[in-house]
Design a protein around this ligand. Structure first.
Ligand SMILES: NC(=O)c1ccc[n+]([C@@H]2O[C@H](COP(=O)([O-])OP(=O)(O)OC[C@H]3O[C@@H](n4cnc5c(N)ncnc54)[C@H](OP(=O)(O)O)[C@@H]3O)[C@@H](O)[C@H]2O)c1
Length: 322
């Protein structure tokens, strides 16, 4: 079948190991099923995989892609929850120590078909296209859990989103606004700051700029480049929720003094549960909110999408179609 996969990994030249070609049909274990992929969205995870972060050499070749929307074997329109857990695990799937994401241990979604546990299928809402639905399982679910589960934010509270243009950042801005929060956002780029206002931010700032008032919570995916600013932007007792470190995982200053003296809370967040994915779908339906797509490309042009992400040119999600 057609597939976009990593044949090798390179920290310095991630696109060197990318192949747009053919792979065998997926193996389907008992209690698993296959989904015919109609649309799949690109995540920074795919770039990390090509850099060799989170993808072991002995797992290669590996079909990339965490997210899919398509048709199940009975023709139903479905979303694929990307967290593959141990069938024996009970409770929050994101806390299962044996969990993996599609394209880490099991073949990913940038292909004609993907094999997944039956329990990972969620009905696609009729209100969303396949392209929009393909944005939900990773970036939008991560943003939902950061704000409303790990961040426990309530209407009327204030939140700073670090970085405006990314898949998770645009989801954070849109969901926070729809959830009744006061939304502040930063970006390195003036045009992206203007777009952030259009999609719901109340105020935007250059990366690192002093805010007019401290916020209840900061949503971090940028990491080293913004960490210090995140801590300085929080009110005493405020919360930073972190789910990524695109610019590096080891900030120059960790500022432990600031964390204990101001009683800040640092909370990690990873993906979301299948139930949270279903709740996100209801939230979008109820608020009339739609995922923001930067561009739709045929899957055969996956290399162009990955290059745009590597260059930091995006505002919203890249979606690949079959
Ligand atoms: N834990 C999880 O479950 C989970 C789930 C999804 C994503 N993630 C992680 O979250 C991160 C974002 O993922 P994504 O798919 O949204 O990536 P993306 O679409 O490539 O977005 C990258 C974002 O980082 C910002 N950025 C990058 N370098 C920066 C720098 N030096 N200074 C300031 N801002 C910078 C960009 O903001 P501007 O261009 O607007 O400045 C943009 O918002 C990745 O590291 C990814 O691995 C984790």
């Amino acid at each position: 079948m057609f597939a976009v996969y990593a044949e090798s990994c390179s920290a310095d030249d991630p696109l060197a190991g990318l192949v747009v070609g053919e792979r065998p049909d997926p193996e389907v274990p008992a209690d698993w099923t296959t989904v015919e992929v109609k649309a799949a969205s690109l995540n920074h995870h795919d770039l990390w995989s090509l850099r060799g972060v989170g993808l072991r050499e002995d797992a290669l070749p590996m079909i990339l892609g965490c997210d899919a929307a398509g048709r199940d074997e009975d023709g139903n329109e479905v979303l694929v929850h990307a967290v593959i857990g141990d069938p024996a695990w009970r409770g929050d799937e994101t806390e299962d120590p044996r969990r993996s994401l599609l394209s880490e241990r099991y073949q990913g979604t940038f292909a004609d078909r993907v094999a997944v546990p039956r329990s990972n299928l969620v009905p696609k809402p009729a209100s969303l296209s396949f392209e929009q639905a393909a944005c939900l399982p990773t970036a939008w679910l991560t943003a939902y859990r950061m704000l409303f589960v790990q961040g426990d934010l309530k209407p009327g509270q204030s939140v700073l989103v670090q970085g405006a243009g990314g898949g998770v950042s645009t989801a954070l801005i849109t969901l926070a606004r729809a959830g009744g929060l006061q939304v502040l956002a930063t970006s390195r780029d003036e045009a992206k700051r203007a777009r952030a206002l259009e999609i719901g931010a109340h105020q935007v700032f250059e990366s690192g700029a002093r805010l007019p008032a401290r916020v209840d919570a900061v949503m971090e995916t940028v990491g080293a480049a913004t960490w210090s600013h995140s801590l300085r932007s929080l009110r005493p007792g405020g919360t930073v929720v972190i789910s990524g470190a695109t610019s590096g995982a080891n900030p120059e200053l960790t500022e432990l003094n600031r964390i204990f003296f101001l009683q800040l809370r640092v909370v990690g967040s990873t993906m979301g549960t299948r139930d949270e994915l279903a709740r996100l779908v209801s939230f979008l339906d109820a608020t009339g909110t739609e995922p923001l797509i930067d561009r739709v490309l045929p899957m055969t042009e996956a290399r162009a999408g990955l290059a745009a992400m590597q260059a930091g040119e995006l505002f919203g999600k890249v979606v690949f179609t079959r």
